[in-house]
Ligand binder design. Structure first.
Ligand SMILES: [Fe+2]
Ligand SMILES: [Fe+2]
Length: 471
């Protein structure tokens, strides 16, 4: 298995960087720029704290991580690709069955670069969005998880920068610099995708972001892992192993909020949101609003229902469907899809509707946590159920853009929609309340009052472990 050498290399890697001096020099030139970015736009403060982090030591499925106390700026960001699949063939599109590409074909150069840059841009963006969260952490356990997610998003940036440097020459190096020059929420140089310009200033949003937006990341990575461009496929396959923890943080985080709220409901013997808020708990209707907000904004990331770009990317073998092998037809030249539009059901070529196919499989994956949280609510004897909003709710892209649709999927008059919008997504008042809950708790084992402790700690350590040693 490809193990990673941490002792001799300036940049840990399993791509034999030492034998490609030009590439090594180019990346060593980018490295201080990255570290500078981390210092200025990575987590605010805590750079001197010891954080119990996992670091990849090999890329095989078991035992790829080692845990230990690390100061974040000393984290060993590196370049790790999943092991190659011998004689890998293209698994879909018009070139299906031909050997996967080890180099970028000239005709797809700019499209592939764009795909890599768009993915790469989201990684540092999320670190920037989350940079102030440490100040209001609900526990040291959570603080550690935040930083684990942050350093791994930093590594995902490295993964994309490696591809740009190794396969796209001078343009690639310029794009790598630009990835550090755009900033989340910046008026002049914002991040590429809108969702990644929304600041994440409270932990409820952080849990929702890791649940919904990191899951979009999972689906994007899954579709790029199918790519005929083999280095991209191998890079994304390894990124997916890291991504799983990010969604774990989201799913267990929201689950812990539900658990705590149910406890307070029981203590007070009430479902009244006002009384629950007065007791410092997140009432379930408020949680529902956060789910509506983050789910709908993450759904936009899949793009328009009908897209000639995604059709071309599929036909050319650049980007497949997540878990492409589960399907029977991998060419899609004859298949049709019934698409729901505001005008009714329309039949479109499936090849043109792949964003919608991806969105549907993503939504199915999103349901898993909902079922778990709802089971807890049901067991506690309450009738309310959390739900995903309709995929047509609050869309800012595609067939449903600006159509006034309720979270239940009903088209209503615009006036009614506007009047009720803040019954569906957090109002300024709701956000202010959630902000008021965000009090920093840093005593080992202690939790903020709005969230239950996790079932277990990290890497078999107790929940009370001092996961971050503040300096
Ligand atoms: Fe990522
Ligand atoms: Fe992530």
């Amino acid at each position: 298995m490809a193990s990673i050498n941490y002792s001799s290399d300036k940049i840990p890697n399993n791509v034999d960087l030492a034998n490609d001096r030009t590439l090594q020099r180019a990346l060593e030139h980018w490295q201080p720029h990255f570290l500078d970015w981390w210092q200025h736009l990575g987590p605010s403060d805590f750079q001197k704290s010891d954080v119990y982090l996992r670091t990849a030591t090999s890329v095989d499925a078991d035992g790829w991580a080692s845990y230990g106390a690390v100061k974040m700026p000393e984290y060993r960001w590196g370049i790790f690709l999943a092991d190659p699949v011998a004689e890998r063939k293209i698994g879909f599109g018009d070139n299906m069955g031909q050997p996967a590409w080890q180099q970028v074909p000239g005709e797809f150069r700019s499209t592939l670069r764009r795909l890599i840059v768009t993915q790469g841009d989201t990684e540092p963006a999320s670190v920037e969005q989350q940079r102030l969260l440490g100040h209001t952490c609900p526990s040291l356990y959570d603080l550690r998880n935040l930083f684990q997610v942050n350093v791994e998003e930093g590594r995902h940036l490295w993964a994309m920068v490696y591809l740009l440097h190794a396969y796209f020459g001078r343009d690639g190096r310029e794009e790598a610099e630009e990835l550090l020059a755009r900033h989340s929420g910046d008026a002049d140089k914002p991040r590429i995708l809108t969702t990644f310009n929304e600041p994440i200033s409270d932990w409820l949003s952080f849990y929702c972001f890791t649940y919904f937006t990191d899951r979009d990341g999972k689906y994007q990575l899954k579709s790029l892992a199918e790519s005929a461009f083999d280095p991209l496929s191998r890079t994304c396959r390894f990124m997916l192993t890291e991504e799983a923890h990010h969604m774990f943080v989201g799913e267990t985080g929201i689950g812990r909020v539900v658990k705590r709220t149910l406890e307070v409901m029981k203590e007070l013997g009430t479902e009244d949101p006002a009384r629950l808020r007065a007791a410092g708990a997140v009432d379930l209707p408020l949680l529902q609003k956060y789910l509506n907000f983050w789910c709908s904004s993450s759904l936009d990331l899949f793009g328009s229902e009908v897209s000639s770009n995604s059709a071309a990317n599929f036909a050319n073998g650049l980007k497949g469907r997540p878990d492409e092998s589960q399907y029977e037809d991998h060419v899609l030249r004859a298949a049709q899809l019934k698409l729901e539009t505001p005008r009714g059901v329309e039949e479109v070529p499936l090849l043109n509707a792949l964003n919608e196919v991806m969105r549907a499989s993503y939504l199915k994956d999103c349901e898993i946590g909902l079922k778990r949280w709802n089971r807890a609510i049901e067991r506690a004897g309450h009738a309310l159920r959390l739900a995903l909003p309709s995929p047509h709710f609050r869309r800012t892209i595609g067939a449903w853009v600006n159509v006034p649709v309720t979270p239940e999927g009903k088209i209503v008059p615009r006036e009614e929609y506007e009047k009720r919008l803040y019954a569906w997504i957090p109002s300024e008042q709701d956000r202010a309340f959630v902000r008021s809950l965000m009090q920093r708790v840093v005593e080992p084992g202690k939790m903020a009052g709005w969230v239950a402790p996790p079932e277990r700690g990290i890497n078999n350590l107790p929940v009370e472990y001092e996961y971050v040693r503040l300096s």
